[in-house]
Design a protein around this ligand. Structure first.
Ligand code: ATP
Length: 361
Protein backbone atom coordinates (compact mmCIF):
# COMPACT_ATOMS: atom_id res chain seq x y z
CA UNK A 1 0.00 0.00 0.00
CA UNK A 2 1.15 3.54 -0.57
CA UNK A 3 0.89 7.17 0.35
CA UNK A 4 -0.66 9.02 -2.57
CA UNK A 5 0.23 12.62 -3.42
CA UNK A 6 -1.78 14.63 -5.93
CA UNK A 7 0.35 17.55 -7.07
CA UNK A 8 -1.45 20.37 -8.86
CA UNK A 9 -3.50 17.68 -10.58
CA UNK A 10 -6.14 18.85 -13.08
CA UNK A 11 -8.01 17.42 -16.02
CA UNK A 12 -10.04 18.70 -18.95
CA UNK A 13 -11.61 16.32 -21.45
CA UNK A 14 -11.48 19.25 -23.91
CA UNK A 15 -7.66 19.49 -23.76
CA UNK A 16 -5.26 21.59 -21.75
CA UNK A 17 -6.21 24.82 -23.53
CA UNK A 18 -9.84 24.66 -22.40
CA UNK A 19 -11.15 27.43 -20.15
CA UNK A 20 -10.15 26.79 -16.50
CA UNK A 21 -13.80 26.80 -15.41
CA UNK A 22 -14.62 23.97 -17.83
CA UNK A 23 -12.08 21.54 -16.33
CA UNK A 24 -13.75 18.34 -15.06
CA UNK A 25 -11.13 18.39 -12.27
CA UNK A 26 -9.82 21.80 -11.19
CA UNK A 27 -6.24 21.88 -9.81
CA UNK A 28 -5.91 19.95 -6.58
CA UNK A 29 -2.92 19.29 -4.34
CA UNK A 30 -3.39 16.88 -1.47
CA UNK A 31 -1.91 13.85 0.27
CA UNK A 32 -3.69 10.61 1.09
CA UNK A 33 -1.88 8.72 3.78
CA UNK A 34 -0.83 5.10 3.57
CA UNK A 35 -3.49 2.80 4.99
CA UNK A 36 -6.20 5.49 5.08
CA UNK A 37 -9.88 4.93 4.22
CA UNK A 38 -11.02 7.75 1.96
CA UNK A 39 -14.37 8.51 0.37
CA UNK A 40 -14.78 10.81 -2.63
CA UNK A 41 -18.25 12.25 -2.11
CA UNK A 42 -20.29 14.58 -4.29
CA UNK A 43 -23.26 14.77 -6.63
CA UNK A 44 -23.35 13.33 -10.14
CA UNK A 45 -20.96 15.13 -12.51
CA UNK A 46 -18.74 16.73 -9.81
CA UNK A 47 -15.61 14.89 -11.00
CA UNK A 48 -15.33 11.90 -8.65
CA UNK A 49 -14.88 9.26 -11.33
CA UNK A 50 -12.48 11.53 -13.22
CA UNK A 51 -10.26 11.79 -10.13
CA UNK A 52 -10.47 8.02 -9.52
CA UNK A 53 -9.61 7.30 -13.16
CA UNK A 54 -6.62 9.66 -12.97
CA UNK A 55 -5.33 7.70 -9.97
CA UNK A 56 -5.89 4.35 -11.66
CA UNK A 57 -4.34 5.53 -14.94
CA UNK A 58 -7.48 5.05 -17.06
CA UNK A 59 -7.31 8.81 -17.75
CA UNK A 60 -4.05 10.78 -18.24
CA UNK A 61 -4.14 14.19 -16.53
CA UNK A 62 -4.01 17.43 -18.53
CA UNK A 63 -1.81 18.87 -15.77
CA UNK A 64 0.04 17.87 -12.64
CA UNK A 65 1.45 14.69 -11.15
CA UNK A 66 0.47 11.70 -9.06
CA UNK A 67 3.05 10.21 -6.70
CA UNK A 68 2.87 6.81 -5.01
CA UNK A 69 5.24 6.80 -2.02
CA UNK A 70 7.07 9.76 -3.54
CA UNK A 71 7.58 8.17 -6.97
CA UNK A 72 5.99 9.88 -9.97
CA UNK A 73 3.65 7.29 -11.52
CA UNK A 74 1.81 9.74 -13.84
CA UNK A 75 3.27 8.26 -17.07
CA UNK A 76 2.64 4.64 -15.99
CA UNK A 77 -0.14 2.46 -17.38
CA UNK A 78 -2.91 1.09 -15.13
CA UNK A 79 -1.18 -2.32 -15.01
CA UNK A 80 2.12 -0.83 -13.87
CA UNK A 81 0.49 1.20 -11.07
CA UNK A 82 -0.22 -1.87 -9.00
CA UNK A 83 -3.72 -0.99 -7.87
CA UNK A 84 -6.91 -3.00 -7.47
CA UNK A 85 -10.29 -1.74 -8.62
CA UNK A 86 -13.90 -2.63 -7.84
CA UNK A 87 -16.54 -1.24 -10.17
CA UNK A 88 -20.32 -0.68 -9.89
CA UNK A 89 -21.10 -3.97 -11.58
CA UNK A 90 -19.56 -7.37 -10.89
CA UNK A 91 -16.42 -8.19 -12.88
CA UNK A 92 -16.02 -11.94 -12.43
CA UNK A 93 -15.53 -15.10 -14.46
CA UNK A 94 -18.86 -16.96 -14.56
CA UNK A 95 -17.27 -20.25 -15.59
CA UNK A 96 -14.94 -20.33 -12.56
CA UNK A 97 -15.86 -21.23 -8.99
CA UNK A 98 -16.00 -18.54 -6.32
CA UNK A 99 -12.65 -19.76 -4.97
CA UNK A 100 -11.02 -19.67 -8.41
CA UNK A 101 -12.33 -16.15 -8.96
CA UNK A 102 -10.82 -14.96 -5.69
CA UNK A 103 -7.53 -16.73 -6.38
CA UNK A 104 -7.19 -15.39 -9.93
CA UNK A 105 -5.49 -12.01 -9.21
CA UNK A 106 -2.91 -13.83 -7.07
CA UNK A 107 -2.27 -16.80 -9.39
CA UNK A 108 -1.91 -14.38 -12.26
CA UNK A 109 1.04 -12.83 -10.45
CA UNK A 110 2.71 -16.13 -9.60
CA UNK A 111 1.98 -16.07 -5.86
CA UNK A 112 2.84 -19.49 -4.32
CA UNK A 113 -0.15 -21.84 -3.93
CA UNK A 114 -0.05 -22.08 -0.13
CA UNK A 115 -0.13 -18.28 0.10
CA UNK A 116 -2.98 -18.08 -2.42
CA UNK A 117 -5.03 -20.64 -0.48
CA UNK A 118 -4.50 -18.87 2.84
CA UNK A 119 -5.40 -15.45 1.48
CA UNK A 120 -8.49 -16.75 -0.38
CA UNK A 121 -9.67 -18.41 2.84
CA UNK A 122 -9.14 -15.18 4.80
CA UNK A 123 -11.01 -12.98 2.30
CA UNK A 124 -13.84 -15.52 1.80
CA UNK A 125 -14.24 -15.70 5.54
CA UNK A 126 -14.36 -11.92 5.94
CA UNK A 127 -17.00 -11.64 3.19
CA UNK A 128 -19.04 -14.68 4.32
CA UNK A 129 -18.26 -16.44 1.04
CA UNK A 130 -16.71 -19.58 2.56
CA UNK A 131 -19.78 -21.81 2.05
CA UNK A 132 -19.79 -20.85 -1.66
CA UNK A 133 -16.09 -21.34 -2.43
CA UNK A 134 -16.65 -24.50 -4.52
CA UNK A 135 -19.71 -23.21 -6.40
CA UNK A 136 -19.71 -21.91 -9.96
CA UNK A 137 -20.11 -18.13 -9.87
CA UNK A 138 -22.69 -18.17 -12.63
CA UNK A 139 -25.41 -19.59 -10.35
CA UNK A 140 -25.07 -16.90 -7.70
CA UNK A 141 -27.26 -13.82 -7.12
CA UNK A 142 -26.16 -10.33 -8.22
CA UNK A 143 -25.35 -9.50 -4.57
CA UNK A 144 -23.11 -12.54 -4.17
CA UNK A 145 -21.39 -11.79 -7.49
CA UNK A 146 -20.59 -8.25 -6.34
CA UNK A 147 -19.21 -9.67 -3.10
CA UNK A 148 -16.84 -11.78 -5.22
CA UNK A 149 -15.82 -8.60 -7.07
CA UNK A 150 -15.09 -6.96 -3.73
CA UNK A 151 -13.11 -10.04 -2.72
CA UNK A 152 -11.08 -9.96 -5.94
CA UNK A 153 -10.27 -6.31 -5.20
CA UNK A 154 -9.23 -7.07 -1.64
CA UNK A 155 -7.33 -10.30 -2.15
CA UNK A 156 -3.92 -8.86 -3.06
CA UNK A 157 -1.98 -7.52 -0.11
CA UNK A 158 0.76 -5.84 -2.19
CA UNK A 159 -1.39 -3.22 -3.97
CA UNK A 160 -0.66 0.51 -3.68
CA UNK A 161 -4.39 1.17 -3.18
CA UNK A 162 -7.83 -0.30 -3.77
CA UNK A 163 -10.23 1.95 -5.69
CA UNK A 164 -13.98 1.42 -5.33
CA UNK A 165 -16.33 3.15 -7.78
CA UNK A 166 -19.84 3.09 -6.24
CA UNK A 167 -19.40 -0.65 -5.47
CA UNK A 168 -22.70 -1.12 -3.63
CA UNK A 169 -24.99 0.27 -6.36
CA UNK A 170 -26.37 -3.15 -7.37
CA UNK A 171 -26.59 -4.46 -3.81
CA UNK A 172 -29.92 -5.02 -2.10
CA UNK A 173 -30.53 -2.21 0.51
CA UNK A 174 -30.56 -4.62 3.47
CA UNK A 175 -27.23 -6.17 2.48
CA UNK A 176 -25.81 -2.71 1.72
CA UNK A 177 -25.82 -1.91 5.43
CA UNK A 178 -23.98 -5.12 6.25
CA UNK A 179 -21.41 -4.75 3.48
CA UNK A 180 -20.69 -1.15 4.37
CA UNK A 181 -19.77 -2.05 7.94
CA UNK A 182 -17.94 -5.11 6.65
CA UNK A 183 -15.78 -2.99 4.33
CA UNK A 184 -14.88 -0.77 7.26
CA UNK A 185 -13.89 -3.83 9.31
CA UNK A 186 -11.94 -5.19 6.34
CA UNK A 187 -10.06 -1.94 6.10
CA UNK A 188 -9.04 -2.18 9.75
CA UNK A 189 -8.01 -5.81 9.41
CA UNK A 190 -6.16 -5.59 6.08
CA UNK A 191 -4.44 -2.20 6.55
CA UNK A 192 -4.85 -1.13 2.92
CA UNK A 193 -5.20 2.33 1.36
CA UNK A 194 -8.81 2.45 0.15
CA UNK A 195 -10.51 5.11 -1.96
CA UNK A 196 -14.24 4.82 -2.26
CA UNK A 197 -16.34 6.90 -4.68
CA UNK A 198 -19.97 7.54 -3.83
CA UNK A 199 -22.71 10.17 -4.08
CA UNK A 200 -24.34 8.77 -0.92
CA UNK A 201 -23.31 10.61 2.25
CA UNK A 202 -24.28 7.71 4.54
CA UNK A 203 -22.02 5.38 2.57
CA UNK A 204 -19.16 7.89 2.69
CA UNK A 205 -19.53 8.75 6.35
CA UNK A 206 -19.81 5.15 7.54
CA UNK A 207 -16.92 3.86 5.43
CA UNK A 208 -14.28 6.57 5.50
CA UNK A 209 -12.10 8.14 8.14
CA UNK A 210 -11.49 11.02 5.71
CA UNK A 211 -14.21 12.23 3.37
CA UNK A 212 -13.16 14.30 0.36
CA UNK A 213 -16.15 16.38 -0.73
CA UNK A 214 -16.23 17.46 -4.38
CA UNK A 215 -18.38 20.09 -6.04
CA UNK A 216 -18.20 21.27 -9.63
CA UNK A 217 -14.77 19.72 -10.27
CA UNK A 218 -13.25 21.06 -7.05
CA UNK A 219 -12.28 19.44 -3.78
CA UNK A 220 -14.14 21.78 -1.43
CA UNK A 221 -13.21 20.07 1.84
CA UNK A 222 -11.38 17.01 3.08
CA UNK A 223 -11.95 15.97 6.67
CA UNK A 224 -13.38 13.54 9.18
CA UNK A 225 -17.15 13.12 9.24
CA UNK A 226 -17.20 15.20 12.47
CA UNK A 227 -15.20 18.03 10.87
CA UNK A 228 -17.54 18.13 7.88
CA UNK A 229 -20.51 18.30 10.20
CA UNK A 230 -19.15 20.77 12.75
CA UNK A 231 -17.17 23.11 10.54
CA UNK A 232 -18.12 23.03 6.87
CA UNK A 233 -15.47 25.02 5.02
CA UNK A 234 -17.80 25.64 2.07
CA UNK A 235 -21.54 26.25 2.03
CA UNK A 236 -21.89 23.28 -0.34
CA UNK A 237 -20.48 20.94 2.34
CA UNK A 238 -22.92 22.37 4.88
CA UNK A 239 -25.83 21.83 2.55
CA UNK A 240 -24.75 18.44 1.14
CA UNK A 241 -23.78 16.75 4.44
CA UNK A 242 -26.47 16.32 7.06
CA UNK A 243 -30.17 15.72 6.86
CA UNK A 244 -31.66 18.28 6.76
CA UNK A 245 -28.62 20.14 5.47
CA UNK A 246 -27.21 23.31 6.97
CA UNK A 247 -29.29 26.49 6.82
CA UNK A 248 -27.50 29.07 4.69
CA UNK A 249 -29.05 32.54 4.86
CA UNK A 250 -28.00 35.97 3.59
CA UNK A 251 -26.83 38.19 6.42
CA UNK A 252 -25.09 41.42 7.28
CA UNK A 253 -22.17 40.75 9.58
CA UNK A 254 -20.28 43.23 11.68
CA UNK A 255 -18.04 42.42 14.62
CA UNK A 256 -19.75 39.80 16.80
CA UNK A 257 -23.19 40.27 15.31
CA UNK A 258 -25.01 38.95 12.25
CA UNK A 259 -28.26 40.49 11.07
CA UNK A 260 -30.71 38.15 9.41
CA UNK A 261 -33.68 40.03 7.97
CA UNK A 262 -32.56 42.94 10.14
CA UNK A 263 -32.68 40.86 13.35
CA UNK A 264 -29.45 40.62 15.41
CA UNK A 265 -27.92 37.18 16.10
CA UNK A 266 -24.91 36.87 18.43
CA UNK A 267 -21.71 35.34 17.04
CA UNK A 268 -19.00 33.67 19.07
CA UNK A 269 -16.15 35.17 17.06
CA UNK A 270 -15.58 38.62 15.64
CA UNK A 271 -15.69 39.38 11.92
CA UNK A 272 -14.14 42.75 11.20
CA UNK A 273 -12.30 42.20 7.95
CA UNK A 274 -14.78 40.58 5.58
CA UNK A 275 -13.77 40.89 1.92
CA UNK A 276 -15.49 43.95 0.44
CA UNK A 277 -18.18 43.13 -2.13
CA UNK A 278 -18.34 39.43 -1.14
CA UNK A 279 -21.66 37.61 -0.75
CA UNK A 280 -21.99 37.23 3.02
CA UNK A 281 -24.05 34.38 4.45
CA UNK A 282 -24.56 32.77 7.80
CA UNK A 283 -24.64 28.98 8.09
CA UNK A 284 -26.11 27.07 11.00
CA UNK A 285 -27.16 23.45 11.21
CA UNK A 286 -30.80 22.79 12.17
CA UNK A 287 -29.52 20.84 15.20
CA UNK A 288 -28.19 24.11 16.68
CA UNK A 289 -31.29 26.29 16.33
CA UNK A 290 -34.29 25.64 18.57
CA UNK A 291 -37.83 26.77 17.93
CA UNK A 292 -39.47 28.52 20.87
CA UNK A 293 -42.61 30.52 21.52
CA UNK A 294 -42.43 33.88 19.70
CA UNK A 295 -40.79 36.52 21.89
CA UNK A 296 -39.53 40.08 21.28
CA UNK A 297 -35.79 39.19 21.41
CA UNK A 298 -36.08 36.21 19.00
CA UNK A 299 -35.89 36.05 15.23
CA UNK A 300 -39.42 35.31 14.11
CA UNK A 301 -40.23 32.59 11.54
CA UNK A 302 -43.35 31.19 9.89
CA UNK A 303 -43.89 27.52 10.55
CA UNK A 304 -44.68 25.46 7.43
CA UNK A 305 -44.58 21.93 8.83
CA UNK A 306 -43.03 19.66 11.44
CA UNK A 307 -41.00 16.60 10.38
CA UNK A 308 -41.04 13.99 13.14
CA UNK A 309 -38.02 11.71 12.61
CA UNK A 310 -38.66 9.69 15.77
CA UNK A 311 -35.66 10.61 17.88
CA UNK A 312 -35.80 14.26 16.78
CA UNK A 313 -38.35 16.68 15.32
CA UNK A 314 -37.46 19.41 12.83
CA UNK A 315 -39.63 22.43 12.10
CA UNK A 316 -39.58 23.60 8.49
CA UNK A 317 -40.02 27.35 8.66
CA UNK A 318 -39.58 30.47 6.56
CA UNK A 319 -37.74 33.65 7.45
CA UNK A 320 -39.22 36.03 4.89
CA UNK A 321 -38.66 34.14 1.62
CA UNK A 322 -35.83 31.99 2.96
CA UNK A 323 -36.48 28.36 3.89
CA UNK A 324 -35.00 27.30 7.22
CA UNK A 325 -35.03 24.21 9.44
CA UNK A 326 -34.79 24.18 13.24
CA UNK A 327 -34.98 21.61 16.00
CA UNK A 328 -38.15 21.28 18.03
CA UNK A 329 -36.98 20.70 21.63
CA UNK A 330 -38.46 17.58 23.21
CA UNK A 331 -41.53 18.41 25.22
CA UNK A 332 -42.15 21.63 23.26
CA UNK A 333 -45.52 21.71 21.57
CA UNK A 334 -45.81 23.90 18.55
CA UNK A 335 -48.89 26.10 18.48
CA UNK A 336 -49.81 28.78 15.99
CA UNK A 337 -48.07 29.68 12.70
CA UNK A 338 -45.11 31.59 14.05
CA UNK A 339 -42.16 30.70 16.25
CA UNK A 340 -39.10 32.36 17.67
CA UNK A 341 -35.66 30.93 16.81
CA UNK A 342 -32.95 30.45 19.45
CA UNK A 343 -29.43 30.17 17.98
CA UNK A 344 -26.42 28.50 19.59
CA UNK A 345 -23.71 31.11 18.81
CA UNK A 346 -20.88 28.54 18.94
CA UNK A 347 -22.33 26.84 15.88
CA UNK A 348 -23.17 29.87 13.78
CA UNK A 349 -20.63 30.18 10.93
CA UNK A 350 -19.97 33.07 8.57
CA UNK A 351 -19.30 32.55 4.84
CA UNK A 352 -17.94 35.01 2.27
CA UNK A 353 -18.58 33.94 -1.34
CA UNK A 354 -19.40 30.43 -0.02
CA UNK A 355 -16.07 30.03 1.85
CA UNK A 356 -15.87 29.81 5.64
CA UNK A 357 -14.45 32.91 7.32
CA UNK A 358 -12.37 32.21 10.44
CA UNK A 359 -13.17 35.31 12.51
CA UNK A 360 -11.09 36.28 15.51
CA UNK A 361 -11.47 35.24 19.14
P1 ATP B 1 -21.20 10.36 -11.74
O1 ATP B 1 -21.47 10.05 -10.28
O2 ATP B 1 -22.43 10.72 -12.49
O3 ATP B 1 -20.32 9.36 -12.42
P2 ATP B 1 -18.89 12.02 -11.26
O4 ATP B 1 -18.89 12.88 -10.06
O5 ATP B 1 -18.13 10.74 -11.18
O6 ATP B 1 -20.37 11.75 -11.71
P3 ATP B 1 -17.39 12.53 -13.65
O7 ATP B 1 -17.91 11.29 -14.31
O8 ATP B 1 -15.99 12.56 -13.23
O9 ATP B 1 -18.31 12.93 -12.42
O10 ATP B 1 -17.68 13.75 -14.64
C1 ATP B 1 -17.19 15.08 -14.41
C2 ATP B 1 -17.47 15.92 -15.65
O11 ATP B 1 -16.69 15.45 -16.75
C3 ATP B 1 -18.92 15.87 -16.11
O12 ATP B 1 -19.27 17.14 -16.58
C4 ATP B 1 -18.90 14.87 -17.24
O13 ATP B 1 -19.90 15.15 -18.17
C5 ATP B 1 -17.52 15.09 -17.84
N1 ATP B 1 -16.97 13.84 -18.42
C6 ATP B 1 -16.78 12.68 -17.79
N2 ATP B 1 -16.22 11.76 -18.61
C7 ATP B 1 -16.06 12.39 -19.81
C8 ATP B 1 -15.51 11.98 -21.08
N3 ATP B 1 -15.03 10.76 -21.27
N4 ATP B 1 -15.51 12.89 -22.08
C9 ATP B 1 -15.98 14.14 -21.89
N5 ATP B 1 -16.51 14.58 -20.73
C10 ATP B 1 -16.53 13.73 -19.69
Amino acid sequence: MARIDLVDLAHSYGGNDAAPESFALKPVTMTWRQGGAYALLGPSGCGKTTLLNLISGIVTPSRGKILFDGADITPLSTQKRNIAQVFQFPVIYDTMTVGQNLAFPLKNRGVPKAEVDARVRQIADLLDLTPHLGRKATRLTADAKQKISLGRGLVRSDVAAILFDEPLTVIDPELKWQLRSKLKALHRELDLTMIYVTHDQTEALTFADTVVVMHDGRVVQSGTPAELFDRPEHTFVGYFIGSPGMNIVPAEVRGREARISGHPIALQRSYDALPPGAKIEVGVRPEFVDVAAPAPGLLSANIERIDDLGRVRFARVRIGDTKFAARVPSGFSVSGDTAGLVFDPSHVHVYADSRLVEGTA
